[in-house]
Write a new protein. Structure first.
Lengths: 85, 401, 357
């Protein structure tokens, strides 16, 4: 789980081009949107692309997407549950 | 009024059919043109789209063009077919001598052809079928197709402001006539379905797999469509002098920007409200004068909330409105002109077309769209909205001649 | 005939030092691979830092160039924004298209799709300046600059109160684009350094280029740095047509050929278009200096905007950059400038600019 979260943070930084940020700057439970990293709705679509490309997980429902993408912790948990073998 | 701009001819191609009559019939009969792709070469075969029911070969046939020798893309062919209808009532030889503008609108040019050949474009090969499509990627390619095919040499311009493109073409045409640069302007837009566009909207996750439900609580995105529609604009005095039929007056317009977000509208509908208010002011009309609103109504979560709020704020529950997107799909750059023609059909037929697939009122709205055909209405003025990416909002008003 | 409009500011991002650095008078930047790419400035001071992360270079270029023109004119919020581009963001279009093919229509980045939309630069500038007025985008091949300026004139003419319009153009060249257009003979087949391209005018083709330029236009003369008198847009131009239209443009504005101090020409070393300006040039007197610019920028659909920017440098500095001079005239003060430009394969334009009184 820790490895997954670490990898996820690196992927988020790359996918959203969060210049100057390092994985350790992102707290597991900090909100990614709004006050947290200040990400917006297009970033959330980009994160869904990340999940689909790297983990084969497709989220169709926007509301479910918002829940899954609320923090690194919630993303990691969702990946563990749904990752294709 | 000396400077009144009127519409004297129109041509349309959409999923509802070829021509003014077949489109009007389908609207009156409540027959949607949405279906699964027959010609679009996408892997998403389950999607409902508003595809024009003719293959490229059949489109070319209708225009008496040999489809194997020329570089017309589907975009160009759709535009040409709509223009052919518009020109049918006109003396083309006389038109060639006039000060004419052709203001076209488009979003992805000949992408419908280019996307199938792009790997050839960028490979080492220099010979092959792809070569004739090599200069068709940009929006102005279809503009040139039309002028070439009909042997016209007008002043040309091509607009690309996403989903409001064709509405903007009408504004620019009207402005050029008013200021005396040209006497007549053919204005409208065209877009053919492409995998590029379909996948683009899929990546935005705002495509409904089922038929779209504008202004419904359970709406879940749009259906894409294709088509072309053009209108002939000229001064009322000129039209009267020629003794030609006047379809409608183009009495008001306004173009504003949301300045809110790259793709989403301001949630309170401030941008939509500004566009509609400005168009009413330009037309010198009050809200009570409007007999029908042809809404943008894409059925995306954001658009319908913003547009619905703006309509409610400005008109209350007093003016019937509907979105015709469930009939045609969202025809993007053509949409503004397609719906301008639908507005004129409503005006002249004294009817209001239904907003298909509506069942549950939206929580945030106290108004609801018209859900079945209303006839024998006294409609003097129709307002039509088109809102696009980049915050580009346009409202147009058409009035009885 | 159109009423003249006033230019309050101009900014250009080009392969030369036009945006920051020492300008165009000293250094000449060249290339020897038939491509002139823009010298990318630091965009961070012009763009919202949260938004810049996802932006491709053309989007950054367009926004920055537009914001600089506004700040130079001392204007926060223009009344309208009109943009013109031949190609929009090719990088984003190519990326989305190639991903779509490679990934078989699955898991595609929305950012590339959004940014491939031709009006996205316009939308971003509207957002950054909170400009809620008229906004328009033309994708009009070699006449995208001209149509944007014409629409600005129409808008300003229609507005009785004092109003400003931000007009801007932008185009980028990509490696793919170069390959594609090479198949329809846009470029030279032989290798020629960019600074020598104009001399090699006995073979077809030129060099590829790119750039952005933005102008603040107004319907009042206060603080004007140039006056845009008129524009002619031509389809299927010939040397005769260009000369006729130039004659008419001058007549409309009461300017004689003797009063033309500078002609800026779009000749590009392409043998197919070398004679396009000859009839117009025959009308000139010894007064006129002849300038060219495509060896500085390469060929692209909105290159006319660079020539307008160059005209403004001449008005401001009353000095001709030596790298642009083809033939020195006798005029010592530059008041009237005629721009003659073409874009392959079938459009041209004539513009008349004047120094404000």
């Amino acid at each position: 789980m820790e490895d997954l979260k670490q990898a996820l943070k690196q992927q988020i930084i790359e996918s959203l081009n969060l210049q100057g940020m390092k994985p350790e700057d992102i707290d597991d439970n900090a909100p990614l949107f709004g006050e947290g990293l200040g990400l917006d709705s297009i970033d959330s679509l980009e994160l869904m692309v990340l999940l689909e490309r790297n983990y084969g997980i497709k989220i169709e429902d926007a509301r479910e997407g918002r829940k899954v993408l609320s923090s690194v912790q919630s993303m990691a948990e969702y990946i563990q549950e749904h990752k294709k073998a | 009024m000396r400077d009144n701009i009127v519409i004297t001819s129109a041509g349309i191609v959409s999923a509802l059919g070829i021509g003014y009559k077949s489109n009007a019939e389908a609207l009156k009969n409540g027959l949607s043109g949405l279906r699964q792709p027959q010609f679009l070469n996408t892997l998403h075969q389950d999607l409902l789209i508003g595809e024009v029911c003719l293959s490229n070969e059949d489109l070319a046939d209708k225009l008496s063009i040999s489809s194997t020798t020329v570089s017309y893309t589907r975009t160009g062919l759709l535009a040409m077919l709509a223009i052919e209808e518009l020109l049918a009532s006109l003396d083309i030889a006389a038109l060639r001598k006039e000060k004419l503008a052709f203001i076209n609108a488009n979003t992805v040019g000949g992408m419908c052809s280019v996307e199938d050949m792009y790997l050839h474009f960028i490979a080492d090969e220099t010979q092959g079928d792809f070569v004739r499509y090599i200069d068709t990627l940009d929006c102005a390619a279809s503009t040139k197709d039309v002028t070439t095919h009909f042997g016209l040499n007008p002043f040309t311009a091509t607009i690309s402001t996403a989903c409001s493109s064709a509405s903007n073409a009408l504004i620019v045409g009207a402005r050029m006539i008013t200021q005396g640069l040209v006497d007549k302007a053919i204005c409208g837009g065209c877009d053919a379905l492409s995998r590029f566009t379909v996948n683009g909207f899929l990546s935005l996750k705002n495509v409904d797999r089922e038929a779209c439900k504008p202004f419904d609580e359970h709406r879940n995105g749009l259906n894409l469509g294709e088509g072309a529609a053009f209108l002939m604009l000229e001064k009322e005095a000129d039209a009267i002098k020629r003794g030609t039929t006047i379809l409608a007056r183009f009495s008001g317009y306004n173009n504003t920007n949301d300045a809110y977000h790259p793709t989403a509208p301001s949630p309170d509908g401030a941008g939509a409200l500004r566009a509609m208010t400005g168009a009413l002011k330009k037309a010198n009309l009050t809200t009570e004068a409007i007999g029908y609103i042809n809404a943008h109504g894409t059925a995306t979560i954001n658009n319908d909330a913003a547009e619905g709020r703006a309509i409610e704020k400005l008109f209350g529950a007093n003016v019937p409105f509907s979105s015709t997107k469930p009939f045609t799909g969202h025809t993007l750059a053509a949409a503004g002109a397609v719906e301008a023609i639908f507005s004129i059909m409503a005006l002249n037929g004294n009817c209001i077309f239904p907003n298909l697939n509506y069942s549950t009122p939206m929580q945030e709205l106290n108004i609801a769209p018209v859900t079945s055909l209303m006839t024998h209405q006294n409609i003097q003025h129709v307002l039509s909205n088109s809102f696009g990416f980049g915050g580009n909002n346009v409202s147009l008003i058409f009035s009885k001649a | 005939m159109m009423t003249p409009v006033y230019i309050l500011s101009a900014s250009a991002i080009s392969p030369q030092n036009t945006f920051d650095g020492d300008g165009i008078y000293e250094t000449l930047i060249t290339s020897d691979n038939l491509k002139l790419f823009v010298k990318e400035p630091d965009y961070r001071s012009y763009i919202n830092p949260v938004a810049i992360r996802r932006m491709s270079r053309l989007i950054k270029r367009g926004i920055s160039c537009g914001m600089k023109a506004l700040s130079d004119a001392g204007i926060k919020t223009p009344d309208a924004i009109i943009t013109g581009t031949g190609l929009g963001s090719m990088t984003d279009t190519e990326r989305f298209l190639k991903d779509m093919i490679a990934l078989r229509e699955e898991a595609l980045n929305p950012t590339f799709f959004i940014q491939s939309t031709y009006n996205s630069v316009n939308g971003w500038i509207s957002l950054q300046t909170q400009s809620t007025g008229y906004n328009q985008t033309y994708v009009n091949r070699g006449l995208s600059t001209e149509m944007s300026l014409l629409d600005a004139q129409l808008f300003l003419q229609e507005t009785s109160e004092a109003a400003t319009v931000l007009v801007g153009t932008f185009d980028e060249m990509t490696d793919d684009y170069f390959v594609v257009k090479n198949k329809i003979d846009y470029w030279k087949k032989e290798s020629i350094p960019s600074n020598e391209i104009l001399k090699h005018n006995d073979t077809p083709g030129t060099i590829g280029g790119e750039g952005a330029a933005f102008f603040v236009l107004a319907n009042r003369a206060t603080k004007a740095i140039a006056i845009l008198k008129g524009i002619k847009m031509l389809q299927q131009p010939t040397s005769e047509i260009i000369a006729q239209e130039a004659i008419q443009l001058l007549q409309e504005h009461g300017v004689t050929w003797d009063e033309i101090d500078v002609v800026i020409m779009g000749n590009s070393g392409d043998s197919r278009f070398e004679s396009l300006y000859s009839n117009a040039l025959d009308c000139l007197s010894a007064n006129t200096s002849l300038l060219a610019f495509k060896h500085l920028t390469g060929e692209y659909p909105t290159a006319t905007s660079f020539a307008i920017w160059l005209s403004i440098q001449l008005f401001n500095n009353q000095r001709i950059p030596k790298n642009t001079l083809l033939q020195q005239g006798t005029a010592t003060h530059y008041r009237n400038i005629l721009i003659l430009n073409h874009y392959p394969l079938n459009t041209a334009s004539v513009l008349l600019l004047q120094e404000p009184a």
